[in-house]
Design a protein. Sequence first.
Length: 277
Amino acid sequence: MKKIFTILVAMVATLSVNAWEYENPGFEWSVGADFTSSYLWRGMRCGGAAIQPDVTIGYGGLNLDVWANISPLDNTFQEFAPEVDFTLSYTIAGLTIGATHYYYCDGTKFFDGKMPTLDAYNNEEYASNQTEVFAKFAFGDLFEKIPLTIMWSTYVSGDDWKEIYNDADELTGLERAYSSYLEVSYDAELPLGFTLTPTVGMTPWASVYNDYEDQFSVNNISLKLNWCLEVGDHFELDLYAIGMLNTAGITKENIIPSLSGNDQRLNGAIGVGIWLF
């Protein structure tokens, strides 16, 4: 009986969403998940094998997205703590502006932009969340033959601190780093449903992307091959492989991939994405 009730509720919910969408053609939604061998992001390996569910709803260019990363075997940034990201954005004529809040389910505050004391910082007793603002322009939305996308993001709150040292190499304080990232990508369509996407990402100053070293660095040179299978109007299956090189602080020792940790600069991943929309 319980199973039948659950099925009926799911059917009613699905029919309600479809009916609302039919009456409101500006409404969009998608739900799905990636199953990936490594959590790779902006030139960094943030964790091992992961499940990454995602839910997006939108209306008239305004979108709310909730994305999560669950790495039960290896989560480099937050040990065994799932990450949940909340993004609110608005898109018009190829231009998207928005904000993302990155939250790690480690028991700390959801929002906390205060600078920690040195004692709290040294003992890692402070919130690990971040908030960024971003802008993205997709030329392909206006010019079909130019599938180029440019994106800029900057952390404006949360855990993003540059350490300050005196002449004796003693830690004397912290200052906000405003970690920023510029990315350019190009989606090249290939036969048989394949897409090849080269990406170059860089950071203009000391940031989380180059271990807060005070220098410009190219921290993401990647190539992604994706194969997409669409079934009907509301189901999509993606198979993909990614190779990624981070040139920030690269050495002979850390260029070689390892099975764990985030020090290596050469990484790769394969994955499967399943989506309903």
